[in-house]
Design a protein around this ligand. Structure first.
Ligand code: EPZ
Length: 439
């Protein structure tokens, strides 16, 4: 058993990933628990006396969240796949050096408000894929009557004594915005209606957890009807919860299988969370056999071009856009990818072009003209899912690829190097920075 700090020290040593050309992948790969479910559930642990999370992914973002919990006064113990969180909350301030490292830190705003009625959180960080505002989070808090003060990059929020409004409609569909609202409502008694909510499986995993705590939550379309019998009745509980499988990690390996699977079996998946991904992979020519908790994928003879548009769940996920761009770089024809969620989520296009991809970006649309082959190159991971796209590209490319800033990959994928090696890939995490490596 290691502490979060020991895990962080080990993972933060790595700066670069060396990826060698791979002819095919076969065998089994087991997907970890969902990072974007673990993060809201870690924040929700503030509502409990004790929480045990199973199928827990140990990666940079969840380790940062565990560090925050320790600083807030919780005792946290980590073993492979399980995190146990005990004790009470001793302070309400989340230090900026941690919250600036990842977007998920914004969830401690809702967790603290739900648990103790006040919170002091710095503006969150996250991938440079767009402005990443939190205006919707604050608009919801303002609607229930919270009071705010802003000081030195920190937001200080308090729950109201009396609730101002019990109905709120999000202007945009926001995953962590919906999650923060649900966490906050754990601290307010009575009935509330949230409209235009996100329906991602990770949001619904948090809903299941809050119901175990004693909240009533009914979902009709994108409207959540929430009932909190009383904040006191939710408190002091010891809960155990199993995190859902990571659908984006599953999707990433399914794309690998579409490119190189002879065949590849992806295990510990929930096919019900993968509908839009599976239908597009089939259309691209991958051969899929879907079972209850696993999917067998065989490579396409030739990848067929696609027209792809990212949308809120259950639409095609923005977190799979970069991985599909890598795959479509080798398609038999021209594809079109429209990114409707984030305003700056094509930074991987320039990196893929350094490997010989033919991609033209105009605003929110990328046109990808398939090429015969990609060539290994030195590239840089600009964000978490871009790093996954570059790993996929490096595996199918000729020669060797060096991916700098590999911490981006380690933020969101547990044991990726080990999992790929288990499939016969030659990938190596290096402690040396790309810029210090001789050309
Ligand atoms: C979550 O980010 C995920 N992160 C992201 O995954 C994912 O890409 C995103 O949802 C969309 O599915 C976590 O769950 C920790 P949003 P989030 O709020 O909640 C705008 C990954 O790779 N918006 O749903 O930050 C926003 O700018 C990461 O694991 C506002 O305008 O995303 C964006 O355009 C990357 N105001 C859109 O809504 C707000 O107050 C969707 O953002 C909030 C959001």
């Amino acid at each position: 058993m290691s502490t979060a700090s020991e895990y962080l020290k080990r993972l933060n040593r790595y700066k670069t990933l060396r990826v060698k050309s791979c002819q095919s992948v076969s065998g089994l790969v087991r997907v970890s628990g969902a990072k974007n479910s673990a993060l809201p559930l870690l924040a929700a642990s503030l509502l409990t006396e004790g929480l045990t999370l199973k199928n827990f992914p140990i990666l940079l973002d969840t380790l940062y969240a565990v560090e925050i919990l320790s600083l807030l006064g919780k005792e946290v113990s980590l073993t492979e796949g399980v995190v146990s969180i005990r004790g009470g909350v001793k302070t309400y301030a989340v230090p900026s050096y941690l919250s600036a490292l990842f977007r998920g830190s914004v969830l401690f705003l809702g967790g603290l408000l739900g648990a103790i009625g006040r919170a002091k959180v710095a503006h969150p960080g996250g991938c440079p894929i767009g402005k990443r505002p939190i205006d919707q989070h604050l608009k919801f808090l303002e609607s229930v009557g919270c009071t705010f003060s802003f000081d030195g990059g920190y937001i200080y929020v308090r729950l109201p004594r009396g609730v101002k409004s019990r109905r709120f409609r999000f202007d945009v569909i926001t995953v962590t915005g919906t999650e923060n609202a649900l966490l906050t409502l754990a601290g307010l008694k009575g009935e509330f209606v949230l409209e235009n909510c996100a329906l991602e499986p990770e949001v619904l995993d948090l809903v299941e957890f809050l119901k175990k705590l004693g909240m009533g939550i009914e979902i009709e379309g994108r409207t959540f009807k929430v009932f909190n019998p009383s904040p006191e009745s939710l408190r002091g509980k010891r809960i155990s919860h199993r995190i859902i499988p990571d659908r984006i990690e599953a999707g990433t390996f399914l794309v690998l299988g579409a490119l190189l699977g002879e065949p590849l079996r992806v295990e510990n998946v929930n096919p019900n969370h993968l509908g839009s991904i599976l239908s597009l992979l089939k259309r691209a020519g991958a051969k899929l056999k879907v079972d209850k908790n696993s999917i067998k994928v065989e490579r396409a003879e030739r990848i067929k071009p696609l027209k792809v548009r990212t949308e809120p769940y259950p639409g095609f996920p923005t977190d799979m856009q970069a991985q599909f761009m890598a795959m479509l770089s080798l398609a038999d024809g021209t594809s079109e990818i429209e990114e409707t969620i984030f305003e700056n989520r094509f930074r991987h296009a320039a990196e893929l072009s350094r490997m010989g991809a033919d991609i033209e970006v105009k605003g929110r649309v990328a046109t990808v003209r398939g090429v015969r082959a990609l060539k290994g190159a030195r590239v840089n991971a600009t964000d978490l899912r871009a790093s996954a796209a570059l790993v996929l590209a490096g595996l199918v490319a000729e020669g060797e690829t060096l991916i700098g800033n590999v911490g981006q990959l380690l933020r969101g994928y547990e044991k990726m190097e080990e999992k790929l090696k288990g499939l016969g890939c030659e990938v190596y995490l290096l402690e040396k920075d790309l810029k210090d490596m001789s050309p």
